[in-house]
Each structure stands twice: as structure tokens, then as C-alpha cells.
Design a protein around this ligand. Structure first.
Ligand code: AN7
Length: 405
């Protein structure tokens, strides 16, 4: 007997065929449902292992001892007292996912998803992407010796991510359209059996991303923060993190659950609107736009799950402007030494709004998940930095320039 099944998030039926990417009965999304009675883990065992995705192997839906891995997870949970003070909360930690092998949280999903692809005998793996998914998949496919196909919204992917996808040898197709258009095409190719899909409709990938919650709890000594703030695009990550907390509680490793907060950009906010209007599904936005290209998504496929996570946890969703995002990005870099990409900074900008709105209270503890590294998008940063003119290597001139007299 396996320690997991695939469960339809719409009709609740369960299946044991790992090759499924939708419910064969109703077409709904599938999620990994762990059989908690079949899993034995305790805090001591987990604490003895080096932190990382595979430290939680009993909770991952694969059986191999030989995963496709590069040491993903084990990212820092950094206390940010200066920013906590400024934003008005008792404690703020940043879970910095930019520290993963390819620079984003996607690696947690890909190590599990690509391991499953190999197990299933896939030859071509594929995704649509705003950038990070393609960078991660290209790297893991290279490592596994698989052919990788990626569809990108033309002209809207940050330079670092594009360089990664190209350099790892993926077949890159820029598409005249946005992420949602590209995802629709690649889902079709998957249904025709031409590729194995590794977008966040893939339940195995999201299983790997649950380890963000597992790690936060372990790093806090099995204390659970009051609030977890997550940038939202396709809405897979916030759903996965919530499910991770549910897993740990079901296994008796934690007692409490956090409130989950989603943050979107003003120009791409279907989840925020659905939360404000109390709806259970979103109205797609055909024309999303934001400087945070990673979350420039108008029709998030995991919306139903994310809305459930936000509602069940007692959380909320907020939108932030591009200007707020860029200011938060700079603040995190200059006050705390943490360089993240714009989409990641949305969590910090969102926290400010949530505190102002009284959603998060001054005596509470908060974890913001910063999802990708600042070096992913050097161009956006250089637009606001001034590169000084060179001077001769003369100590006097240089002292003058540095203001050191
Ligand atoms: C840095 O790469 O969708 O809500 O195709 O790169 O789980 O989609 C990226 C998403 C947040 C949103 N932060 O996560 C892709 C892609 C960063 C991201 C998100 C993304 P989801």
C-alpha cells in the first residue's frame, strides 16, 4: 500500500494512477493526499537531518532512493528586526527562497516533479512560465537527461530567468500572448501525450513546495507563526504551503495553524477581487500587467485551492502597486541585506498594507515568503540605480568621491 493517493479537489474521488494530471471523472485538479496513518515521522528524527526538501522524504509522494536533486530547500528563515519595527509587528522572518539552486522556490517542486517524470518514463518535460518555472525545469531536465520544452510570454520574462532556460539547453518558444495563453497551449500538448507537464497543475510538484511550511515549523522549533504572507501568481504556492501546515498538524508535529495571506500586484489581482467579493472562484483578467513579471498572471489555475486556503485559515488577500513593490524590494535590500526579485517583495509590501488595515496585529509573528532571487531581474534594479562616472585610482579623488574626509 502506498502512503498517498491523488485526490480530486472538486469531487473528492481518489486515484492511484500517478500519470494523471486531472480527475478522469470530473476534470478537476488533483492533489496529493497523504495517508497519515501510514506515515511515521517525529520531531527528533526530522531535526537530526540536514534541512532541505528530502529531509521530509516520508511526506513526499515518491518511492525512489535516487531523486533528481541538487540540494534544494534548506533556505534561510531570517529574522528582520529592523523591518519588523518599521512595519509594526512583534516579529518578522523572511523565508528566502532565492537561496535555492536555481534561485527560486520552484526547485522544491521540480526536484519532486522531475523525479516523478523519470519514474513515469517521460522523455519530454514541459511548462509555460513567467520565467522561474522554466529556469528551474530546464536545470532539472538537464540533470535528468530529459528534453525540456518551455513556452514563455514574449518580451515579458526577466533577463536572468531567460538566460537560465536558454543556457540549460531547453527548447524555448516565446509566445505572442501572456502566460495564461501559453499555459493553455502546453496543457493541450500534455493532453495529447506529447509532453509531461510540470506547471503547478502537477500534484507532485506542489507536494515538494509543501516543504516550505515544513521547514518554517522546524526552523521555529515547531512554533507556528500567526501569519504567513505569500506572493500569488498562479496560486499554487500558497495552496501548497497551506497544505503543508495541514499535513504537519495531522501528523501531530504542530498544534496550531497560521493565517494565510496572499499578495498580488494591482494590475493582476483576480484572487484579491474574489476574496473581496466573497466568491469561490475567480473572474479571469485577460490583460494582466505589472512590473513583477513573475506574477503577471490573469487566470490562476489553482485559484479554487488558494481561495479555500485563505478562507479556511482566516486570512485575506491584498493588492499592492508596482511602486510599493519596488520600494519594498529596495527596503529589504538596504535595511536587511536581502536581495529579492520584485514579485517576492510583494509579500513585504503586502504586509505593510495588512498591518495598516488591522488584519495583522502589532503583537503577532509573521513570516513573509520571498520567492525568487534579486539577480533574476537585474534590469529592473538598474533602472533606478545611477552608475557613477569612473575616477582615476588616486586616493585623494576617491576619498572625495566616497565622502570620507
Ligand atoms: C518569484 O515561473 O508562475 O502563485 O511560471 O516566480 O505559485 O504561481 C512563477 C510564479 C511568486 C507565484 N514569486 O507563485 C512561473 C510562475 C515568484 C514567481 C510566484 C512566481 P504561484
Amino acid at each position: 500500500m502506498s502512503h498517498y493517493a491523488l485526490e480530486c479537489v472538486e469531487c473528492g474521488r481518489t486515484f492511484s494512477d500517478d500519470s494523471l494530471l486531472r480527475c478522469p471523472r470530473c476534470g478537476g485538479l488533483l492533489e496529493v493526499a497523504l495517508d497519515y496513518d501510514a506515515i511515521e515521522v517525529d520531531r527528533r528524527t526530522l531535526e537530526r537531518r540536514e534541512l532541505g526538501v528530502w529531509a521530509f522524504r516520508e511526506l513526499l509522494p515518491v518511492s525512489t532512493d535516487d531523486p533528481v536533486t541538487m540540494g534544494e530547500g534548506g533556505t534561510g528563515l531570517h529574522p528582520c528586526p529592523t523591518l519588523a519595527d518599521e512595519l509594526g509587528v512583534r516579529s518578522l522572518h523572511v523565508k528566502n527562497e532565492g537561496e535555492n539552486p536555481t534561485g527560486s522556490f520552484k526547485d522544491r517542486g521540480m526536484t519532486v516533479g522531475v523525479t516523478k517524470a523519470v519514474e513515469l518514463g517521460a522523455e519530454v518535460v514541459a511548462c509555460a512560465s513567467t520565467g522561474n518555472t522554466s529556469a528551474s525545469l530546464a536545470a532539472y531536465a538537464a540533470r535528468a537527461g530529459l528534453t525540456c520544452a518551455v513556452l514563455l510570454p514574449a518580451g515579458k520574462v526577466a533577463l536572468g530567468k531567460l538566460a537560465q532556460a536558454l543556457f540549460h539547453g531547453a527548447r524555448v518558444v516565446p509566445v505572442d500572448g501572456n502566460f495564461d495563453d501559453a499555459l493553455a497551449v502546453v496543457r493541450r500538448l500534455a493532453e495529447e501525450g506529447l509532453v509531461y507537464l510540470l506547471n503547478s497543475v502537477n500534484p507532485f510538484r506542489l507536494s515538494g513546495q509543501r516543504t516550505i511550511a515544513y521547514e518554517i515549523c522546524r526552523q521555529l522549533g515547531w512554533e507556528v507563526p500567526d501569519a504567513v504572507v505569500v506572493p500569488v501568481g498562479n496560486a499554487g504556492n500558497i495552496s501548497a504551503i497551506w497544505q503543508g501546515f495541514l499535513d504537519l498538524r495531522a501528523l501531530g508535529l504542530i498544534d496550531e495553524l497560521p493565517r494565510m495571506y496572499g499578495v498580488q500586484a494591482e494590475g493582476a489581482r483576480p484572487i484579491v477581487d474574489a476574496v473581496l467579493e466573497g466568491r469561490e472562484d475567480i473572474e479571469p483578467d485577460p490583460d494582466p500587467e505589472t512590473v513583477a513579471t513573475a506574477i503577471r498572471i490573469g487566470n490562476p489555475v489553482n485559484a479554487v485551492k488558494a481561495l479555500r486556503a485563505i478562507r479556511c485559515s482566516g486570512g485575506w488577500a491584498v493588492a499592492v502597486t508596482d511602486d510599493e513593490i519596488l520600494r519594498a524590494q529596495r527596503k529589504l535590500a538596504t535595511r536587511e541585506g536581502i536581495f529579492v526579485e520584485p514579485a517576492s517583495a510583494a509579500s513585504i509590501a503586502g504586509l505593510r498594507r495588512l498591518v495598516e488595515a488591522g488584519e495583522i496585529e502589532p503583537d503577532e509573528s509573521v513570516v513573509c515568503v520571498t520567492t525568487g532571487h534579486g539577480l533574476k531581474d537585474p534590469e529592473i534594479v538598474m533602472e533606478t540605480c545611477e552608475l557613477p562616472e569612473p575616477v582615476e585610482p588616486d586616493p585623494e579623488r576617491i576619498k572625495e568621491r566616497l565622502g570620507l574626509r
